[in-house]
Design a protein around this ligand. Structure first.
Ligand code: FDP
Length: 280
């Protein structure tokens, strides 16, 4: 596991450089599908693939950027699902983005995830690693990831990060989101899953939701690359992650790119989500 963490750290340093030097977002010539960003996504994908494929214990890699997973070493014991540059549409406006990793054994199911990790590329580069029941925060300082502290959520927070197109929210979902605001919760939503969840984790709690909507009944966020890794982090930090009714880590995706509605938070907020969604 240590060698996987080291490979992720090396990738993170290379991705940080790629983000910093790439000429993005300022040119009017960029096409409407964001061609330049796509190139950066692919560059980050290649960096991670290169670093992780050198690790002997890696069996399979599955990237958010690729349709199918890739066998690396048939004698390896870990499967890694990763999103190389999550929130990449935010790079051109200079908001924080991230990389997410889920480390699995045997298959890409929530039950078989044994560690997870994400990196935030913001004003500083931070890395969060969840393993053996602990969630540890590291800060990149002069080429090294220094351990900062363990992350623990409070029972109740005060931040509300509601994702999805509001127009397509179910009425009961809107009511629930509003109920938190009425209780004094503050809106914190940048549109990048990594920094939005990082903020909730480091400020002690709150709720991040990406529900099923009328246009996307299964939500937007991908189980293997996004939802499961953060679910483990929230659970180990003392919070919870559900799809409305059940633990997301009890889910079994049919395909590596499957999505799921998801709610991450401290216990108080997740209880409210359950009560709301139980009635549906
Ligand atoms: P993006 O499409 O920019 O990569 O993973 C997808 C994601 O970003 C998450 O990082 C983010 O939380 C979510 O989409 C934002 O979606 P909405 O714009 O629908 O809120």
């Amino acid at each position: 596991m240590q060698e996987i963490l080291v490979a992720i750290q090396k990738s993170a340093m290379r991705i940080k450089k790629a983000i910093d030097v790439k000429d993005i977002g300022y040119s009017q010539e960029q096409n409407s599908s964001g061609e330049t960003q796509l190139q950066l996504d692919i560059q980050c994908d290649l960096i991670i693939e290169e670093e992780l494929s050198h690790v002997a214990s890696v069996h399979t890699l599955a990237s958010e950027e690729k349709e199918e997973s890739m066998l690396i070493n048939k004698d390896g014991k870990y499967l890694i699902g990763f999103d190389p540059l999550d929130g990449s549409s935010l790079v051109d406006v200079n908001l924080s983005v991230g990389s997410i990793f889920g480390i699995y054994k045997n298959d890409f199911t929530g039950a078989n995830m044994i560690a997870s990790c994400y990196v935030v590329y913001g004003p500083r580069v931070e890395l969060v690693f969840a393993y053996e029941g602990k969630v540890k925060l590291y800060l990149l300082q002069a080429g090294d990831f220094e351990f900062v502290k363990e992350i623990h959520l409070k029972e109740k927070g005060n931040l509300n990060a509601p994702g999805g197109t509001q127009q397509n929210w179910e009425p009961y979902h809107k009511e629930m989101v509003d109920s938190f605001f009425q209780e004094g919760y503050r809106l914190r939503y940048s549109g990048g899953m990594v920094p939005d969840l990082h903020q909730i984790l480091l400020k002690g709690g709150g709720l991040f939701s990406y529900p099923g909507t009328s246009d996307r009944p299964e939500g937007k966020l991908r189980q293997v690359f996004e939802v499961f890794p953060f679910a483990m982090i929230f659970e180990f930090a003392g919070g919870a992650a559900i799809d409305g009714k059940m633990r997301v880590l009890d889910q079994t995706p049919k395909h590596v790119h499957d999505t799921s509605p998801c709610f991450f938070g401290s216990n108080y907020e997740i209880e409210r989500v359950k009560t709301t969604y139980e009635r549906v």
